[in-house]
Design a protein. Sequence first.
Length: 260
Amino acid sequence: MDFSYFVQGGFYALATVWTVQIRIPQVITRAASFEYGNNGTTQSLLSGIREGMKYVLSQKLIMALLVLGLAPVLLGMPFTSLMPIFAIEVFHGDANTQGLLLTMLGVGALMGALAMASLGKWQGSGKLLIAGAAGFGLSLALFAYSPVLSIAMFFVFLAGVFNTSYSSQNMTMLQLLTPSELRGRVLGIRLLDKGLQPLGSVLAGALASFLGGPAAVAIMGVSCFLLAIVVGLSVRSLWRLKAPVKEKEPGLQLYVLPGE
């Protein structure tokens, strides 16, 4: 088990070395004029954040994508912190049992990524995004009360598949929908997920201490499922979204189909 930490540390070290080697050209370009006040002049950090938030709050579709991208990370993904409860108390196993569950999550995530890559230029679809987010929540709820380990492993696998699929869809759509001069600020908000999962782990632990691990994960899964359904019904343009990914003019390729 200790060896795995050395492997992870080695990959982080390699990533650090590759990042340090990146050389950014010292070229200053004037940003395109934008509705929210970016006229090409240098902005302060606070004004840039304010401009990005103003754009997000004014765009219902962007807000819906951010909610679908961030809320499941807070409400659902922290279920991994409760795996020891399932491994030891529910399935009466040990560290190997937990390793099997987490391995199936990783395998599912890999399969989900490969499946999304195989879709080619039709990776961005509102229907697939909503289905993936809802499927992730439903998989967690079913995992919570799985009667045997093999069934639990299957639903954890599905959770990994759905999580990766909707996350990649979400990131694709955000980048295609957002104007280039604001893309960095919007993606900065989206990348808050790195800090939300530890916060969600605290909430998951609190739920588990009062209700038990299975009940806590079931509540988390149902919350993610209902969130996806509510967002999909509230923002109908998201449901009809199509995003063929092309090499030319990537910011102009996402469109909403007429009412279906």
